[in-house]
Design a protein around this ligand. Structure first.
Ligand code: SAM
Ligand code: SF4
Length: 326
């Protein structure tokens, strides 16, 4: 799937649900959101069908399952097993808040899941409870350990530093990941919260993250792997790799190879897209694989050169991050 700018799309993010068991303040309000009606959410059969079309006909090689919180989806190991049985099978990974990971890591690994990214913004229990509005830090730490022990490698830890909230923990998080054999990644906060409260001043920039890290560690630049969004550094004298995803201050749109499928079957050619392609309607109206493939290609050919967060006429997408799939 090549777009007008020559970008080849091989990486698919699939949101399995818009629901979540946490309420991270930079993502959604305390009361949660109006969740999608159950009948709007793609079934396992529909997801397997669409991903099958994507790997057989469209050159998708990597699939990341996300949400909302993907571990809330019932029967996830069975879905993972069906996806890894596809021919060709995608390389399958998961982005999770880690709360339910200790319970499911063994089954997910056995079903063929390869890697996990676990979101963890603080190591302090009280702060975790304020930031996520739930007391679940111990579960996440257990989940991380188990994921590593069953071989979901590498286990990446994702943190979004916010000014005055957890920005004083950048180096502690990096040290924690180094000590436990996880790969730490810091992500600039983006204007995708459901409340519309994002403020540029509260975002900790890649530059600031690097500044903090270099106060405690000697960093050796690795650069960017292929089309990966993260720029990476190795901590001198260790195997520990730290990544920074600077979507706002150092956008990587020129190399973007991603396409996204929402839990209700809408295809998005960009995290910040304001238009979607309704694959669910096609599926439920009996479209054959050729028609699905054509809709997919049309969506990609409409992809713009990049997001406009830094432009004065930027308009946020209607969906928040949790309903798109981050
Ligand atoms: N619930 C899972 C989790 O938290 O990992 C998966 C979905 S969550 C939307 C995916 C990633 O998006 C998480 O790493 C989270 O920290 C990040 N995220 C959520 N809201 C964000 C925002 N406004 N800016 C930047 N990243 C955000
Ligand atoms: Fe849930 Fe992930 Fe959003 Fe936190 S970032 S509220 S865990 S969807």
């Amino acid at each position: 799937m090549t777009d007008r700018f020559g970008r080849v799309h091989t990486d698919l993010r699939v949101s399995l649900t818009d629901r979540c068991n946490l309420r991270c303040t930079y993502c959604m309000p305390a009361e949660g959101l109006d969740w999608m009606p159950k009948e709007d959410v793609l079934t396992d059969d529909e997801i397997v069908r669409l991903i099958g079309v994507a790997t057989r006909r469209l050159g998708i090689t990597e699939v990341r399952l996300t949400g909302g919180e993907p571990l809330l989806r019932r029967g996830l190991p069975q879905l993972v097993a069906r996806l890894t049985a596809l021919d060709p099978a995608p390389e399958l990974s998961l982005t999770t808040n880690g709360v339910g990971l200790a319970r499911s890591a063994v089954a997910l690994r056995a079903a063929g899941l390869r890697r996990v990214n676990v979101s963890l913004d603080t190591l302090r229990p009280e702060r975790y409870a304020v930031l996520t509005r739930r007391h679940r830090l111990a579960d996440v730490l257990d989940g991380l350990r188990l994921a590593r022990d069953v071989g979901l490698a590498p286990v990446k830890v994702n943190a979004v530093p916010i000014r005055g909230v957890n920005d004083d923990e950048v180096t502690d998080l990096a040290a924690f990941a180094t000590e436990h054999g996880y790969r730490m990644r810091f992500i600039e906060s983006m204007p995708l919260d459901a409340q519309g409260e994002w403020q540029r001043d509260a975002m900790i920039t890649a530059e600031e993250i690097l500044q903090s890290l270099t106060e405690r560690f000697e960093l050796l630049p690795i650069g960017r792997r292929d089309n990966a969004p993260a720029e990476e550094w190795r901590i001198a004298g260790t195997d520990s790799v730290i990544g920074i995803i600077a979507s706002v201050t150092r956008p990587f749109c020129g190399n973007c190879d991603r396409v996204r499928l929402t839990a209700d079957g809408q295809l998005r050619n960009c995290l910040f897209a304001t238009k979607e392609s309704d694959l669910r309607a096609l599926l439920r109206n009996g479209a054959d694989d050729t028609a699905l493939e054509a809709a997919w290609r049309t969506c990609i050919s409409g992809k713009g050169p990049g997001h406009a967060i830094n432009s004065p006429d930027f308009s946020r997408p209607e969906r928040p991050m949790s309903a798109i799939g981050g």
